[in-house]
Each structure stands twice: as structure tokens, then as C-alpha cells.
Design a protein. Structure first.
Length: 187
């Protein structure tokens, strides 16, 4: 899920193909994260995230893990900005997960996308900070320290948020699925 240091080095120097590779590697995760936060117009916000990345990557210093932390920090901040703007304009609407159309009749791919959409919608039902912690830690597999830095909180609080979030999701799944669903996650 990461990129190699050569791609990051080329991107820092303004190589468009390297920036495109970063986008291809991380765009889906950024969109899932923005949707889980109930960000208004997540596609537009994701575009702004990538504009910020493209204009700032020359100053970025670090490896693949540092890049992911930096990218999700930008996404988090742009999401907060978007939500604040929508609240000020009194247009905040909780968005359901987008449905994914079948591609070439691939049932397995469709089922995978539908499952991801359902999971994102479930995580979006959690309180803001809790949902963000679950998305960053469990879904995007960022280390606890990185999630704490992105959310501007402590490592211990991240662990508590993830633990409580996963517990709530398990309860929701047991109610909606009659107890037949299982959910795994790290905290």
C-alpha cells in the first residue's frame, strides 16, 4: 500500500508521473476516509488534498510512512475545513456511502466494493473523532502514533477511541445481522 522512495523523490522534483502514481496508490483510501467523516463533497475535497500535495511535496521530507501520515493530515484538515464551511452555510447533510456500479459484470469485485461501502457507512455512523480514529487506524492501518498526530490527541486516547468504536460497530452488526457477522480489527 506504500510507495517506494524513488517515487517520492521524483514527485518532490515535480515529476508528474510520480505524482500520478502517488494518486493511484492513495486516492481510494483518501476518499474512504473523507466519506467516513461525512465530508461534504468528498471528491472535491480529495481534489483539494491532491492540489495541496502537488504544491507542497517539494518541501516534504520523509519516507513512505511519513508520506501517508502527511497525506492523511492534509485530508483531515481539508475535511474539517469543508465541514465547518458547510455548517456556516447551513447546508450540512449526512451523506450515505456512494453505491458502486458493476464493472464488467464482475460479481466478486462488486461484492467487495459493496462491502467496503457498507463498512464506510457503518464507520460514518460513529461520533466524529471515534470514526476518524477507526478509519485511520483499522482501515488505513496507520500506526497509533500517526493517528494521534493527525487527530491532535494522545496515543492512549486513540487506543480508547478505536476500542470503543470497534465495540460499537460490533454491537451494530450483531443487531442488524442477527449476530451472524464478525468483525476483526486492531487497536
Amino acid at each position: 500500500m506504500g510507495v517506494d522512495s524513488d517515487v517520492l523523490s521524483r514527485a518532490r522534483l515535480g515529476d508528474r508521473s510520480a505524482l500520478a502514481e502517488l494518486w493511484r496508490t492513495h486516492q481510494a483510501a483518501v476518499l474512504r476516509y473523507l466519506r467516513s467523516r461525512r465530508t461534504v463533497s468528498p471528491e472535491d475535497v480529495a481534489s483539494q488534498v491532491w492540489v495541496d500535495v502537488a504544491t507542497s511535496i517539494g518541501r516534504f521530507d520523509g519516507g513512505a510512512d511519513d508520506f501517508r501520515r502527511w497525506l492523511f493530515t492534509i485530508a483531515h484538515r481539508r475535511s474539517v475545513d469543508s465541514i465547518r464551511r458547510a455548517v456556516r452555510q447551513d447546508r450540512l447533510a449526512i451523506r450515505a456511502a456512494d453505491t458502486v456500479a458493476d464493472s464488467d459484470g464482475a460479481d466478486v469485485e462488486h461484492d467487495r466494493h459493496a462491502a467496503i461501502d457498507r463498512a464506510v457507512a457503518l464507520v460514518a455512523s460513529l461520533p466524529d473523532q471515534m470514526g476518524s480514529a477507526v478509519m485511520l487506524r483499522v482501515v488505513n492501518e496507520l500506526p497509533v502514533e500517526d493517528v494521534a498526530a493527525i487527530l491532535d490527541t494522545t496515543d492512549g486516547n486513540v487506543r480508547v477511541l478505536v476500542h470503543r468504536g470497534l465495540a460499537r460497530l460490533r454491537r451494530k452488526l450483531s443487531v442488524t445481522d442477527g449476530g451472524h457477522a464478525t468483525m476483526r480489527g486492531a487497536s
